[in-house]
Design a binder for this molecule. Structure first.
Ligand code: ADP
Ligand code: GLC
Length: 481
């Protein structure tokens, strides 16, 4: 099949979270499975400098955006025989310090930027000289208007557009804008109704995709069920329930070329389950780097996260207040909400030999933390898939997760399956339940045979993309049927 993936972030070009990892890895995996894959994404600042093989193309995007016309060039980078990334080069919109906003504030012209991006995707799909795409697979709200725009473009020009698939990575971000943004879409007024793009008087890009895409997926089976309920539906649950027959949950895979404990350029010491000495050395290095006492016998807990409400960083802070009295170490790597940042910095000042708060975004350090820590904390309020718990498993760091979304689907607790257990789960979203889970981890750390067995299970758990690719191929076939 010929597939176009449209996403506002793609690893290794741009990233604020797991979306980038997922789209980058999905593209690779689909191409490896024999599909012909193109990925389209904005050309953000810095990409040109880091990837000198970028080449210009003959494509020029020229689309109306409300009253004006907007032009952009398309540049390309081939990543393999069947995989090419196309970048939409509009410096005014994308040559900026950040992807979506600065100082925790969204760019005010995000409607223009991403409605334009969605239109560029549609025009790019329409202009294909060497055969049409079978599927346009859009990700999250930033490409959310694509399915509606494809339909309208077909209507307007007599073109038979490709089928569209939406993957929801996070229902909490919907791309909801004031009604005036609807003018930017140049769609006819009958698209602006409760059965279309409108949501309580506003434009809602994700809702538009849920309604107009031929098929819907989200990134874990449990989250697929959760988002159809009021508790997790972010007010879109009625719309999702109406389309539930076309919605499946597919757990993300892990790119083990990138996330592994062998020949990893970010790690000084290789290791495997049979040769765990390297993990102990990585732990020692990490303690040295962070300025923590270099002790092998103390359990090191870690988290790497966006500091956002979703991630349960509030209950974690409260649980740590209680638990840091015990013999343990903790490191946080994260950025986001300034108040939460301060909370962790204050905690770190209070326990200088036990807790470290690294505020910022640091890809290499994230590998070193996964490799050096014993336990990885993900107490999320909700979690569509979550990637770090799967990275942790491979790195032999036991994940401590809340029973929600993809966390529940990817980690096995002792109470569920003693033989295959590889993590610790808790259910209630409270600091007390989390503290209890941390206490269990302390006991586990002191129970060597059980710890070894769980580490073994963790490091051999397999979330490679091959199975997932088959699931997406089936989704594409269903969208085409
Ligand atoms: P989400 O996409 O909701 O943020 P995921 O667990 O799916 O959650 O993915 C998060 C990704 O972003 C992981 O690859 C993680 O390592 C990375 N990440 C998050 N915060 C940081 C940070 N401060 N520094 C480096 N990597 C980070
Ligand atoms: C989103 C979700 C996260 C998921 C990622 C990749 O950012 O919050 O749970 O792993 O997308 O699908």
């Amino acid at each position: 099949m010929k597939v176009l993936l449209a996403s506002s972030e793609v690893h290794p070009f741009s990233k604020t979270g797991g979306l980038a990892d997922m789209v980058g890895a999905l593209g690779k995996a689909l191409a490896a499975a024999g599909h012909e894959v193109a990925i389209i994404t904005p050309l953000y600042r810095g990409i040109r400098g880091r990837f000198s093989d970028l080449r210009p193309t003959d494509w020029t995007i020229n689309v109306p955006l409300g009253e004006t016309w907007v032009r952009a060039q398309v540049v390309a980078l081939s990543l393999g025989e069947r995989l090419t990334v196309y970048f939409v080069d509009h410096p005014g919109y994308f040559d900026r310090l950040a992807l979506y906003g600065e100082n925790n504030t969204d760019y005010p012209d995000n409607p223009q930027r991403f409605i334009f991006f969605s239109k560029a995707v549609v025009q790019f799909a329409h202009l294909q000289p060497d055969g049409p795409f079978d599927i346009v697979h859009v990700h999250d709200w930033q490409a959310g208007l694509v399915p509606a725009l494809l339909q309208w473009e077909g209507h307007r020009t007599g073109w038979r557009p490709p089928r569209s698939v939406l993957t929801i990575h996070n229902l909490a971000y919907q791309g909801r804008f004031a009604k005036s943004a609807f003018g930017l879409t140049n769609l006819p007024p009958d698209y602006f109704t409760p059965a279309g793009v409108e949501f309580y008087g506003d434009v809602n890009c994700l809702k538009a995709a849920i309604i107009f895409a031929d098929f819907l997926t989200t990134v874990s089976p449990r989250y697929a069920r959760e988002i159809c309920t009021e508790a997790y539906g972010c007010a879109l649950d009625p719309v999702l329930r109406a389309r539930q027959a076309k919605l499946v949950g597919i757990l993300n895979g892990v790119d083990y070329d990138e996330w592994n404990t062998h020949r990893n350029l970010h790690l000084r010491h290789e290791y495997s389950f049979r040769k765990m000495a390297g993990k102990a050395e990585n732990k020692r290095d990490l303690q040295r780097e962070l300025g923590l006492p270099m002790r092998a016998d103390v359990p090191l807990f870690a988290t790497i996260t966006r500091l956002a409400d979703q991630k349960g960083v509030d209950i974690l802070l409260a649980a740590l207040e209680e638990m840091l009295a015990t013999d343990m170490q903790f490191v946080l790597l994260g950025s986001g909400d300034p108040a939460i940042q301060r909370g962790y910095q204050t905690l770190a000042r209070r326990y200088p030999t036990k807790a470290i708060a690294r505020i910022g975004y640091d890809h290499a350090l994230s590998h070193r933390i996964e490799a050096g820590c014993d336990f990885f904390l993900m107490p999320s309020r909700f979690e569509p898939c979550g990637l770090n718990q799967m990275y942790s498993l491979r790195y032999g760091a036991i994940p401590i997760v809340r029973r929600t979304g993809g966390l529940d689907d990817s980690v096995v607790d002792l109470t569920e399956d003693e033989k295959h257990a590889d993590g610790i789960k808790f259910t209630e979203f409270t600091s007390r339940a989390l503290a209890t889970a941390i206490r269990k981890a302390l006991v586990l750390y002191a129970t060597k045979p059980l710890l070894d067995q769980m580490r073994h299970n963790a490091m051999t758990a397999d979330f490679s993309w091959s199975r997932t690719t088959e699931d997406y191929t089936r989704v594409y076939q269903r969208a085409l049927a």
